[in-house]
Design a binder for this molecule. Sequence first.
Ligand SMILES: NC(=O)c1ccc[n+]([C@@H]2O[C@H](COP(=O)([O-])OP(=O)(O)OC[C@H]3O[C@@H](n4cnc5c(N)ncnc54)[C@H](O)[C@@H]3O)[C@@H](O)[C@H]2O)c1
Length: 278
Amino acid sequence: MSLNRNGVEGRVCVVTGGARGLGQAIAAALGAAGGRLAICDVLEDELAQTADKLRASGVEVFAAPCDVSDSAAVDAFFARVAEELGPAQVLINNAALVPGGPEDEVRRSKHYAYITTPVPRGSLGFTSAMSDAEWLKYWGVNVHGTFYCTRAALRQMEPRGYGRVVNIASVAGLSAYSAHSPHYSATKGAVVAFTRAVATEVAGANIFVNAIAPGGVATPMFDAYLEKLDEDARNRMFQFVPAGRLGTMEEYAGLAVYLAGDGHYLAGQIISPNGGMF
Ligand SMILES: NC(=O)c1ccc[n+]([C@@H]2O[C@H](COP(=O)([O-])OP(=O)(O)OC[C@H]3O[C@@H](n4cnc5c(N)ncnc54)[C@H](O)[C@@H]3O)[C@@H](O)[C@H]2O)c1
């Protein structure tokens, strides 16, 4: 049986939010498996640096800035991908707003203390303090962006009868572990529901859509947050992760490459690597 380097070799693989973090790691893993990469992000400098690094390792890369929450920009990006590399065959919907700002960290720490220590009970007050703008910003990128990119990719995949789409959801969309960020949790729940619906719709065209719903990912951003916690708070956080650590980016990227390939029969599945959390 030939796995054709997992069925990714020579395929045109689009990774959104590929400039840093998990998206960068997934792009690198797809490139190492022989994928021809198209990556986009709103972080132009980081995107250019990532593209240079990937090219230096021998990978073919088309990189262009694109805000996935902008429908016209997404369509223009996919048109460029088709021109530069050919029609998209793999799409990794990774771009997202992830709560990591100072206010997000305050809520996160308050929530983790609440569920790991006997602090007084009461409302944590996260949803009642949420502005329309914050809520809509997250939906614009995480949900509308996933839809715009999926639609643009399907327009290239459907006529050719082949495609693999991997949506990066989160354990936040399956559980209450991210109650500190109700807007983020809601968007990831929507990504889970969209994955199941669209997977059923397109599987008959040999386009398999699945989602990865990560628990904690050891990205530089998450590591920086953990560094700021005192040892006690860090230990308390890991109380609800049976594996006692975050997943590495490589552990998640390996699964993304598997789902991006043609050596499986998975469609509409939500796979949650989470160290036993959920
Ligand atoms: N880090 C975690 O613990 C964790 C856990 C569960 C799920 N996830 C998911 O993994 C994915 C990657 O997250 P990460 O932790 O690497 O965070 P990150 O912030 O480092 O990466 C997200 C990337 O998306 C880009 N992006 C944001 N808005 C964009 C837009 N409008 N258009 C294009 N690109 C945009 C960012 O610039 C960034 O490069 C996300 O979908 C996130 O929800 C992460």
